[in-house]
Every structure is written in structure tokens, then in C-alpha cells.
Design a protein around this ligand. Structure first.
Ligand SMILES: CCCCC/C=C/C(=O)SCCNC(=O)CCNC(=O)[C@H](O)C(C)(C)COP(=O)(O)OP(=O)(O)OC[C@H]1O[C@@H](n2cnc3c(N)ncnc32)[C@H](O)[C@@H]1OP(=O)(O)O
Length: 359
């Protein structure tokens, strides 16, 4: 159910009553969501570099891009409710407030040993990516691109790495109807994938378990992918009446050849970690029993390499492709905008949500 104006106003009052200071990062996020919910996208001139406070506020608001007012209002209400409630499921890792990190509702982000770790944290939903989580991942990546870590790692909490797009995202229909929803989703998708294309530091995926949909396709934009032998890689787009995103229509044929890419992206063949490694999507596979220890030992060693050199090497390797990747991303998002309105997609989503079908 979408948050009403009344819910929004009540959340604003609750913020004033918070007993504990939520910290600057959360306050900035609240500010940004409030502005987006009440005024829409940021079109104010950017404050000067020395106007630190107003610039931080502007950056936070501007980072929300074209997030619709209704979604911003909902996210504001959800964020306030997460600040006031203490009733999280016990399997959920608490965000790292005690470690001085920014708080996110669906992520745990930590920085240690030169590595910023962004961990998907919706284990009870197999880390499916909700609309809010897309925004949080973009924010976390933008923050990581500017922090003093040398490497950024993306991983999942629980038994799954990520089950892809949260299929319930499509049930939140704005007043403009399903066409408007498809348009908003295409914009969000383009911004989300664009953040990965532009990410400036070495980006590593630590794939702790099965990966589905968009969490698989964007692996083609990572610089290294380490997988547990429990991980699987599944892009069931045809089963869902969809088409590829995350630039996979370009990166997968390049990585594994068109024939293997067809099996994954059109026929929805699920790959084991070993198969994904043989096809070049995965860098190396580790036994699940030693996965975390071996991978983190290696990453800690890599994080001590000279950061500027690593950044520049990434630029040299990737920059020639950037323009092409942005064009592919725009095209895939626009094709999906149509697909989301198709009977094939609507029926597959309804079947999943009414528990008639799983992958
Ligand atoms: C806006 C940008 C869009 C970009 C385009 C992106 C496309 C994609 O990512 S396509 C891929 C979408 N993902 C799926 O279709 C996966 C759907 N999920 C499943 O088929 C299964 O849940 C499973 C195979 C991932 C896991 O099965 P199982 O081990 O049996 O676990 P449960 O099904 O019981 O899952 C627990 C709980 O979590 C809910 N859930 C899991 N994944 C999703 C999801 N992707 N979206 C929404 N909800 C999900 C699942 O429904 C269960 O909920 P409850 O029954 O209420 O406990």
C-alpha cells in the first residue's frame, strides 16, 4: 500500500521526536526524500564547492534523479519507520550504525582494510531488489566511489546472493497507471545500470549463493567475480516475458560468445558456478566451506595495491567501451518499458505473486 499524505506528515512529526540523532547521512537522505516528495527532482543550481552543507544537501537530493514524488514519499515514510522501529527479523543483519557507517534499510555497508563492502540485506526475500533498494545501491556506490577505499565489493547476506528484481515492484502502480509505472521503471533501471558503468574503482562481486536476473546481468560490468561453488547464475527473461538488461545483450555475447549467451539470455539456462567460470563470466570458484576466508584474504592483499594505479588501469581497460555501454543500457531499458506492458510479462508476474509459479 502506498503512503498517504497523512502518513507522510505523521512521519515528519516522528522525525522531530527521534530520541537518538540518526547521523548526518540519514539526515541527508531524509532531507533529499522530503524535497523530492514535495518539490520533485532537484533543479536548483549546484552550490559552490566551499558551501559544504548546502552542497551535501544538493548532492543527496540530486542523486534521487527522477524518482517519482509518490515513491519518495513512500521511501521517506519507510525510512522513518525503520528509525523508529526495532522489530527486525532475527536473521537480518543490523545495519552498521555501531561501526560508524551510513544506515540503509536493505543494505549493510562497511569499510575496512581499504575495502568498502556493500551487502544486500533482505535475506528473507532472497535479497530481491525492491524499488528502495535500487536507490540505496546507487547511493552506496556513489559514496564508495568517493570514499578512501581502494576496492568495492558487492555481496549478499544469507543463502542467496540475490534473486533479482523484486517482482512486487510492479504492484505499486502510480496515479498515471501502468504506462507511467513502466516509464518510471525504465528510468530507474537506466540510472541503476549507469551507476555500474561509471563506477571508477575496481568493483568485485563476491557471489555467496544463487544469483538471478539483474544481479547476474550486471556481473558483466564488474571487474572480478568470485563465486562459491553453491552459486548458480540464472537469467529467466523469456520465462518472465522480459528481455535482457544490465548491458548483458552486449557484454554476455562478448564474454562467452553469442551461442552461449543465447542459452542464458533467451532460453534461460541456469549455469553452475563452474560453468559460469568456464564461460568467462566468473573469475574463480571456491568451495563453499572456505569461500569467505579465501576470497577475503585475497581481496585484502589486492586492496593494498596502489589505488591510483588500479583506478587508472580500470579506466584504460573500460573507458573505450563506456559510450557504447550507455547506449546499450538506454536501448535495453526502452525495450523493457514495452515488455513490462505485455501480456506475457503481466501473466508471469501475476503467476509468481499469486504463488502459482517459481523459477
Ligand atoms: C525496475 C528494474 C527492473 C529490472 C529488470 C530485472 C529483471 C530481473 O531481475 S528478472 C528476475 C526476477 N526474479 C525472479 O523471477 C525470482 C523469483 N523468485 C523465485 O523464483 C524464488 O523465490 C527463488 C527461486 C528465487 C527462491 O525459491 P525458494 O528457495 O523456494 O524461496 P522462496 O520462493 O520461498 O523465497 C522466500 C520469499 O522471498 C520471496 N521472493 C524471492 N525472490 C523474490 C523476487 N525476486 N521478488 C519478490 N519476492 C521474492 C518469495 O516470494 C518468498 O516470499 P514468501 O512466500 O512471502 O515467504
Amino acid at each position: 500500500m502506498r503512503a498517504s499524505q497523512e502518513d507522510f506528515e505523521s512521519a515528519m512529526n516522528q522525525v522531530k521526536l527521534l530520541k537518538k540523532d540518526p547521523g548526518n547521512e540519514v539526515k541527508l537522505r531524509l532531507y533529499a526524500l522530503y524535497k523530492q516528495a514535495t518539490e520533485g527532482p532537484c533543479n536548483m543550481p549546484k552550490p559552490g564547492v566551499f558551501d559544504f552543507i548546502n552542497k551535501a544537501k544538493w548532492d543527496a537530493w540530486n542523486a534521487l534523479g527522477s524518482l517519482p514524488k509518490e515513491t519518495a514519499r513512500q521511501n521517506y515514510v519507510d525510512l522513518v519507520s525503520s528509525l523508529t522501529s526495532s522489530s527486525e527479523p532475527s536473521s537480518q543483519v543490523k545495519p552498521g550504525a555501531d561501526r560508524g557507517q551510513q544506515e540503509y534499510e536493505n543494505l549493510v555497508v562497511t569499510s575496512e582494510d581499504g575495502i568498502t563492502k556493500i551487502m544486500f540485506n533482505r535475506p528473507t526475500r532472497k535479497n530481491a531488489i525492491s524499488t528502495q533498494m535500487y536507490q540505496e545501491i546507487m547511493l552506496a556506490l556513489k559514496a564508495a566511489s568517493k570514499d578512501d577505499s581502494t576496492i568495492t565489493v558487492v555481496t549478499g547476506n544469507g543463502d542467496y546472493y540475490c534473486s533479482g528484481n523484486d517482482l512486487a515492484n510492479f504492484t505499486d502502480i502510480p496515479p498515471g497507471g501502468v504506462e507511467e509505472k513502466a516509464k518510471q521503471s525504465a528510468i530507474m533501471l537506466r540510472d541503476f545500470v549507469g551507476t555500474f558503468i561509471d563506477f571508477p574503482k575496481p568493483l568485485v562481486a563476491v557471489v555467496n549463493g544463487p544469483a538471478v536476473g539483474i544481479s547476474v546481468t550486471i556481473l558483466g560490468l564488474f571487474d572480478a567475480v568470485y563465486a562459491s561453488d553453491r552459486a548458480t547464475f540464472h537469467t529467466p527473461f523469456s520465462h518472465l516475458g522480459l528481455s535482457p538488461e544490465g548491458c548483458a545483450s552486449y557484454t554476455f555475447p562478448k564474454i562467452m560468445g553469442p551461442a552461449k549467451a543465447t542459452e542464458m539470455l533467451i532460453f534461460g539456462k541456469k549455469l553452475t558456478a563452474g560453468e559460469a567460470c568456464a564461460q568467462g563470466l566468473v573469475t574463480e570458484v571456491f568451495p563453499d566451506s572456505t569461500f569467505q576466508k579465501e576470497v577475503w584474504t585475497r581481496l585484502k592483499a589486492y586492496s593494498k595495491l596502489p589505488p591510483n594505479s588500479m583506478r587508472i588501469s580500470k579506466q584504460v581497460i573500460r573507458n573505450m567501451e563506456k559510450e557504447k555501454l550507455h547506449a546499450v543500457n538506454a536501448e535495453e531499458s526502452s525495450v523493457l518499458q514495452e515488455r513490462w506492458l505485455s501480456d506475457e510479462c503481466i501473466n508471469a508476474t501475476m503467476n509468481f505473486l499469486s504463488k502459482k509459479a517459481k523459477l
